[in-house]
Design a protein around this ligand. Structure first.
Ligand code: C5P
Length: 406
């Protein structure tokens, strides 16, 4: 498995002779496991063809701001959200000037303005252009705003001169990307996550189940992995692929889920219960298929253990996060549930009011902890999982190092 597995690198290519090296950079990033989306400026297209980059990245290269295939015309926002890193290599003097002045006059500069991901520039230009006071000022301004400058290096230039302005070699850019992305905020943190429904058998062919798709839990598993955590996913039956670098344990019933959790809970720092665990199970499971020769069939149900509350009640519990789906008074009920279960944090959502939820791709959440609250508006579960992971990360460290919780 590559060190950059599952990480999203948006590679911006601007106009400069070093653009030809971007092809090698795409190849190296892909080999390290990253997904690479290339966005080129018009000028870059004079130096390297989109087709080459498309073939190497495995994704259609984006060049135009106005993409007719993008129905909502919000492609730039989607790209900005998708990225874990925006790396512009080569970054021309013109591009740096535009970025420094907040211009959004093409797709790449707009994505840079919109993104919350780190931005790294690999400048490449003639030495005179690099040393020009305008470029020096722009570089300083960008650095002040947190934009990373990777390079330039010194040496022989395409124009025949020698000096600063050479783009760093693709291998060096790969190393910096790894250093930045491989050390997410949760590096070294072990996360145990439950997801999906449970199935409580009635007889060998029937069960009591629920509509949970597992999408939120799986999106969280990806978000935690992307943040550098080591993730173990205890999953009920779902039709979803195992996220890269996640250790998945499949279970069927609530009791099996509990057993799997108890087996692994001592090896985790953070426990997130995203599963829709059945509250009850048939008291007796028929040994053979129940026939339909009776007018009435009564099933006696027994309470299942509350896995999350059980984890929170352990002598040295991990940081615990639960979910609550409520039909009314969401905040009050969820806060009450948080206290009753004795957990650190709860993510609540309103169900049955067009608010997303179980089977859909979207959801809205209110996250509650002791003395705090944050609302995450309706969004794709993938994005929501990233935001929720960021909040969990913050509270996890705040609890661990209370003095730093200013
Ligand atoms: O009490 P309620 O089922 O509403 O609580 C939901 C939260 O508790 C979820 O985080 C769910 O994963 C967890 N839970 C559990 N074991 C159960 C029931 C719920 O871990 N038996």
């Amino acid at each position: 498995m590559g060190e950059l597995n599952g990480r999203h690198v948006l590679l911006g290519i601007t106009g400069g002779i070093a653009a030809y090296k971007a092809a090698e950079l795409v190849r190296l990033l892909r080999r390290a496991g990253a997904e690479v989306q290339v966005v080129m400026t018009r000028a870059a297209g004079e130096f390297i063809t989109p087709l080459t980059l498309q073939a190497l990245s495995g994704r259609a290269v984006r060049q135009d701001f106005f993409d007719r295939a993008d129905e909502a015309a919000t492609g730039h926002i989607e790209l900005a959200r998708w990225a874990d890193l925006v790396l512009v290599a080569p970054a021309s003097a013109d591009f740096m000037a535009r970025l420094a002045h907040g211009m959004a006059n093409d797709l790449l500069s707009t994505v840079c303005l919109a993104t919350g991901a780190p931005i790294a520039l690999a400048p490449a230009m003639n030495r005179g252009m690099w040393l020009n006071p305008a470029t020096v000022a722009n570089a300083g301004l960008l650095q002040q705003r947190g934009v990373l400058l990777w390079g330039p290096g010194e040496g022989e230039q395409a124009c025949g001169e020698t000096g600063p302005g050479r783009m760093l070699e693709p291998e060096a850019l790969l190393e910096r990307t790894k250093a930045l992305l491989a050390n997410g905020p949760l590096t070294g943190v072990r996360v145990l996550l439950t997801a999906g429904p449970t199935r409580e058998p009635i007889d060998p062919v029937r069960f009591i189940g629920n509509r949970s798709s597992g999408k939120m839990g799986y999106a969280l598993a990806r978000a935690f992995t992307a943040a550098g955590a080591q993730v173990r996913l205890i999953s009920g039956p779902v039709a979803l692929a195992t996220p890269a670098d996640v250790d998945r344990v499949d279970v069927g019933t609530a009791l099996e889920m509990e057993q799997a959790v108890l087996e692994h809970v001592d090896d985790c720092d953070l426990f997130v219960a995203c599963a829709a665990v059945a509250d009850y199970r048939p008291a007796q499971v028929a040994g053979s298929k129940i026939k339909k020769n009776r007018d009435r069939l009564e099933l006696t149900l027994t309470r299942n253990p509350d896995i999350l509350a059980g984890v929170a009640a352990r002598p040295r519990p991990p940081f615990t996060v639960g979910f609550a789906a409520e039909t009314e008074s969401v905040v009050e009920q969820a806060q009450e549930k948080r206290r009753l279960k004795g957990i650190d944090m709860i993510a609540a959502n309103l169900v049955g009011a067009g608010q997303g939820g179980f089977e859909g791709d979207e959801n809205a959440l209110t996250v509650l902890w002791e003395g705090g609250r944050e609302d995450l508006p309706l969004d794709k579960k993938e994005q929501l999982a990233k935001s929720l992971t960021a909040i969990i990360t913050e509270r996890y460290y705040a609890k661990k190092n209370p003095t730093q919780d200013a």
